[in-house]
Write a protein that binds this ligand. Sequence first.
Ligand code: DX5
Ligand code: ZN
Length: 215
Amino acid sequence: MAVLIAPSILACDFSRLGEEIARAEAAGADMLHCDIMDGHFVPNLTMGPPVIASIRKITKLHLDCHLMLDNAADFIEPFAKAGADGIGIHLEVYPEPEPLLEKIGSLGKTRGLVINPDMPVKRLAGHLEMVDRLLLMSVFPGFGGQAFIEETYDRLRAVREMLGSRTDIEIQVDGGITPANAAKVIAAGANNLVAGTASFGAPDMAAAIRAMRGE
Ligand code: DX5
Ligand code: ZN
C-alpha cells in the first residue's frame, strides 16, 4: 500500500488559508487533514463547515475531516454537504459507532474511526466492518505541535496484526509525526501520516513530505 501524507491545516497560517493550501498541493500533499474541535471533547476550538466549504472551492485534494466533537453525529451531514471527502469519528464518543459509520458511507464519504492514545487497540476489534480509515492518535488531541507518544509503535503493530491480510483499511496516525519518526511509524504499519507542524512548519514542505513518505 502506498504511503499517503496528510498535512493538517491546523498548522497553517489561517490568515492566508488559500495560499497555504496551494503550497501544500504544490509540495505533493496526498490529502488535507482538517481538525474540527469543539472546545469540549477537546480543549480547543478550530473550524466548522463554512471553512470546509470555502476550502472545497479551491482544491481537489481529498479533505479528511477529523471530528473531535461530543456531538459529531449532528455534524456528519453539514460536513458532507460542505465538501468533506472523509469523516472520522471518535470511538470514545461513540462506543457503538456503526450507525454513524453507515451514515458517513451512505453519503459517499470515507468512513473514519479514531481512538485516543489511552484507548486499548483491542477495542477496535468488532468495529472494523464499516471502517475505511482507522486513525490512531499519537498525541492526545487538541493541539498541534505536541511530541509523538512512543507507545504508538506497539499500538500500530497490534492494529496491523489485527487487520491481518486486509489491505482495504487505511491505518492513519496523527500527532507529532516528523521526517525523523516517519520511517519507524510506517514500518510499524501506518500508511497514512497526518503531519501539521512537520509540513507547514518545514523550511521546504516538498522535501519534508518526500522525507516522510520515505522517498
Ligand atoms: C491534534 C490533531 C492533529 C494535529 C497534528 O488534536 O488531531 O491532527 O493537528 O499536528 P502535528 O503534526 O503538529 O502534531
Ligand atoms: Zn487530527
